[in-house]
Structures are given as structure tokens and as C-alpha cells.
Design a protein around this ligand. Structure first.
Ligand code: CP
Ligand code: NVA
Length: 311
């Protein structure tokens, strides 16, 4: 077993060493291409994680993260065990650290979706096996990997491109901010003043070119892609205030029309049609939302092999 101090956790994009994010994305592209046209359940030719078990622990709802990690570990030759935290002793107050020490003896890696980011950090501190952040209140690194893979499939290397984030400066936005400096793209965030990205996340963009303003029209002019997300994330309680504050931030055809011709529309899903995005944009020719969802599988396979030191 790897000593705890050398275990490779995937907790946030800003924590990766220079070049590692590029390495992971390249592996995601390579593995996807290598199995083009195959049935979804067939194991990759090299079966790099044969005999390995991934545990998945969910404190919040999930469709894409749950299914994509399960498909990912199977395609790598491994197996999964999935549990909702509410069904575990974790849900009755067993300390995160005790759960981490016990699961470290039973599985080879753990993916956690947690209410509180610090719980994932604590879990990783106590875990001897790799821990992967499957979304917290603060970040969603696996989502942004899949999103960047999607853009690169359509438009080539993200380096030198400019993207806009319109809406809530939330967990998904934070991971996009973290990636900007590492991969060399510019990011313009347009959000209401009360829903600004966390200043710590801006500081962690590794010298990325990130600007934050309140005008969606100014933010999207000429950009290569527009990202948005729900106005009310899991755990948010100020539903009515949010709907009012975000009304001017809907992504519609008029806003898409201000971006570069053929600009892509990205959304991690689930979407609230008629709120942050119109049906026309979601279902329109510039939308790549379903590709993003599929690429969760390929991007997370790359994360898994990285965690095991195989790339
Ligand atoms: N985008 C995403 O993480 O979706 P789920 O909440 O369905 O996992
Ligand atoms: N920001 C959203 C993302 C869901 C995948 C949330 O945290 O609920």
C-alpha cells in the first residue's frame, strides 16, 4: 500500500503540479479515441485498473457523476461500490476520518460528493487510498475536466481561447477559474454582486487571466464558449432572492449571438430550462451539453489512472 503522504488525491485543479492537468486531459482524449465505436461495457485493451475497487459516497443527489464514475471504473477493468452517505454510519455521525481509515482497507480509491468541502479534505488526510472530489459546495473539478475535453474535441487546444461564465460564481465556476492559468485560457465571469466567485479561488487561478464583472453582454462579446449553471445549487436556501438577482443573466439566443460565430454553449447539467438557459440554446446547434456529460466518463478514467500513478 502507498504511504499516506504519497497518495495522489484529486481534490482540486489548483493543487495539480504544472503540466499535470494537460497530461490528464491528453489521457482522456487518448482513451476516448482508443475505444471509439466499442460497446460501453467493454474493458479498455490495457485494463489498467483490473482488480481495483472504487467506492463512491454521495451526500447529495447525482445522475451524471454516479453513472459516469461507475462506467469509468468498469471500462478500466475495475469494480465499484456505491453508497449514499445517509445509508452509512457517516450519516449518523461517524467521524469522516474513521470512515476514511476503514474504507482504505476495503477499496483502492474513494470518490466523494460532499456537502462541505472541508469534509473531503479531512477524508483525504486520513485516507491511505486516493480520494477524488465528486463535487462539494466549493468546487467540481471532474466536471471542468470533461468540459475542457469537450471544447478541445470541437475547437482544439483551449490555450489562448477566451470563455465567459454567466451567472452564479459557484462551485463549477471555481474549478473553471482554477484551470484557466494552468491551461492558458482567459475567463470573463459575469455575475450579480452578491454571487461573486470566492476571492480565494481567484487567487488560486495560477496567474490566469480571469476578470469578474456584472454585465453579461460585456462578458460574452467575441468569446469562444459561454458556460452557465443553475442559479440554485444543491444546499442553497435563498431560492427566491437568487431567482430575482439572476434574472438578467439568462443565456438566450441574443446573448449567444454576441459571442464569436459558432461559439459553444456549456452547462454541467442538470439545467433549469427557462431560468439560466432557454430551450432554444439548450437544444440549439451550439450546445454541447450532452457531450460534456459523456466526457465525464473519459475525463474521470484519466483522473483514475493519474491517481494510481499510471500516467
Ligand atoms: N454535472 C453533474 O455533476 O451532474 P450530477 O449532479 O447529475 O452528478
Ligand atoms: N452547481 C450545481 C452543480 C450540479 C452538478 C450544484 O452544486 O448543485
Amino acid at each position: 500500500m502507498t504511504p499516506a503522504s504519497q497518495t495522489k488525491h484529486f481534490l482540486d485543479l489548483w493543487r495539480l503540479e504544472a503540466g499535470e492537468l494537460r497530461l490528464i486531459l491528453d489521457e482522456a482524449h487518448r482513451r476516448k479515441a482508443a475505444r471509439a465505436g466499442w460497446p460501453k461495457g467493454r474493458i479498455d485493451a490495457d485494463a489498467p485498473l483490473a482488480g481495483h475497487v472504487l467506492a463512491m459516497v454521495f451526500e447529495k443527489n447525482s445522475t451524471r457523476t454516479r453513472f459516469s464514475f461507475d462506467a469509468a471504473i468498469r471500462q478500466l477493468g475495475g469494480a465499484s461500490i456505491i453508497a449514499n452517505a445517509g445509508d452509512m454510519q457517516l450519516g449518523r455521525g461517524e467521524p469522516v476520518e474513521d470512515t476514511a481509515r476503514v474504507l482504505s482497507r476495503m477499496v483502492d480509491a474513494v470518490m466523494i460528493r460532499a456537502n462541505r468541502h472541508e469534509d473531503v479534505e479531512r477524508f483525504a488526510q486520513a485516507s491511505v487510498v486516493p480520494v477524488i472530489n465528486g463535487l462539494t459546495d466549493r468546487s467540481h473539478p471532474c466536471q471542468i475536466l470533461a468540459d475542457l475535453q469537450t471544447i478541445e474535441e470541437q475547437r482544439g487546444d483551449v490555450a489562448g481561447k477566451t470563455f465567459a461564465w454567466v451567472g452564479d460564481g459557484n462551485n463549477v465556476c471555481a474549478s473553471l477559474i482554477h484551470a484557466s492559468g494552468q491551461l492558458g485560457f482567459s475567463l470573463r465571469v459575469a455575475c450579480p454582486a452578491d454571487y461573486h466567485p470566492n476571492l480565494m479561488d481567484l487567487a488560486r487561478s495560477s496567474q490566469g487571466d480571469v476578470t469578474v464583472g456584472h454585465d453579461p453582454v460585456a462578458a460574452v462579446k467575441g468569446v469562444d464558449a459561454i458556460f452557465t449553471d443553475t442559479w440554485v445549487s444543491m444546499g442553497d436556501t435563498d431560492h427566491h432572492e437568487r431567482l430575482a438577482a439572476f434574472e438578467p443573466y439568462q443565456v438566450d439566443d441574443a446573448l449567444m449571438g454576441l459571442a464569436a460565430p459558432g461559439a459553444l454553449f456549456l452547462h454541467c447539467l442538470p439545467a433549469h430550462r427557462g431560468e439560466e438557459v432557454t430551450d432554444q440554446v439548450m437544444d440549439g446547434p451550439q450546445s454541447v451539453v450532452v457531450d460534456e456529460a459523456e466526457n465525464r466518463i473519459h475525463a474521470q478514467k484519466a483522473v483514475l489512472v493519474w491517481c494510481f500513478g499510471l500516467i
